[in-house]
Design a binder for this molecule. Structure first.
Ligand SMILES: Nc1ncnc2c1ncn2[C@@H]1O[C@H](COP(=O)(O)OP(=O)(O)OP(=O)(O)O)[C@@H](O)[C@H]1O
Ligand SMILES: [Mg+2]
Length: 253
């Protein structure tokens, strides 16, 4: 099976502190792969390097056969590696439908000049409606994005990422702050996308039930390094993983 994403010795150093330390990771095409680990393990820092938001201190990133190390977020998105956007900081005043249309037009780039043509406008609208249907936002298509419920905002973030027509999607804690039913909806959405769009998904999540349910592979980060990697069952049964999480809980209480 093809490797969609591969990192080799990827590290990020802040001052003298190694937030991500020599991470060598391989994500198979068409799978849902989760990254877990206690607070501060380096998960978000890893994701930010993958999307080009943070420049790696060392190491390499290959995506779909191309070296994308140190490339800008814009270029990386173009290659088909998308993250879910923070909607509240992007198009807060637009309707849900218009937000998606904007994202589609942005993807089209220069050819967006053609949007004066009637059938192109229709194509953008059709695609936007289809995406909204897929993420379950059809009913709120005309609602202003900033007034959506928390769960709907997160679904819109995923929708905006889909508008870039990604081959792979990075989701950093998509269910954070969600109610149980919103979490359930997000889980079904991520699963559906992986299946129907044959998307590869790299998923970071604190909810272990969600992680073990939807992932094919799980990578456990601890203090910036890979502690364990394997199937959900292997990770669930791993003694080191249990110790890391128990240690963390003991500190919290
Ligand atoms: N810009 C930065 N400057 C300095 N230190 C940083 C910066 N970003 C992250 N860190 C530190 O790097 C470590 C890893 O942070 P990161 O956000 O990647 O962890 P995480 O695994 O995503 O944690 P959480 O589960 O809480 O989201 C933390 O100790 C954090 O304080
Ligand atoms: Mg994080």
């Amino acid at each position: 099976m093809m490797r969609m994403l591969e990192t080799h010795g990827l590290s990020k150093v802040f001052g003298g502190f190694r937030a991500v330390d020599q991470v060598t990771l391989s994500v198979k095409q068409g799978t849902i792969h989760s990254v877990i680990g206690p607070n501060g393990a380096g998960k978000s820092t890893l994701f930010k390097m993958l999307t080009g938001t943070l420049e790696p201190s060392s190491g390499t990133i290959r995506f779909a056969g191309h070296d994308i190390t140190g490339h800008s977020p814009h270029v990386i998105t173009r290659r088909g590696l998308a993250q879910s956007f923070q909607i509240t900081s992007i198009f807060p005043r637009l309707s849900v439908l218009d937000s998606i249309k904007m994202a589609i037009v942005a993807r089209m780039g220069r050819s967006a000049n053609l949007l004066t043509r009637f059938q192109d406008r229709c194509a953008v609208r059709d695609e936007a409606l289809e995406i909204l249907e897929q993420v379950g936002l059809s009913e709120v298509a005309q609602v202003q994005a900033s007034t959506l419920s928390h769960g709907d905002q997160r679904a819109l973030e995923v929708a905006l990422a889909l508008a870039t027509r990604p081959r792979m999607l990075l989701l950093d804690e998509p269910t954070a702050g969600m109610s149980p039913w919103e979490t359930r909806r997000m889980v079904n959405l991520v699963r559906g996308m992986a299946k129907n769009r044959s998307l590869t998904v790299l998923f970071c999540e604190h909810d272990m039930d969600v992680v073990f349910e939807i992932s094919e592979s799980v990578t456990v980060l601890h203090q910036g390094r890979i502690l364990v990697e394997g199937s959900p069952d292997e990770v669930r049964r791993n003694q080191q993983v249990a110790e890391v999480y128990l240690g963390n809980e003991a500190l919290d209480s």
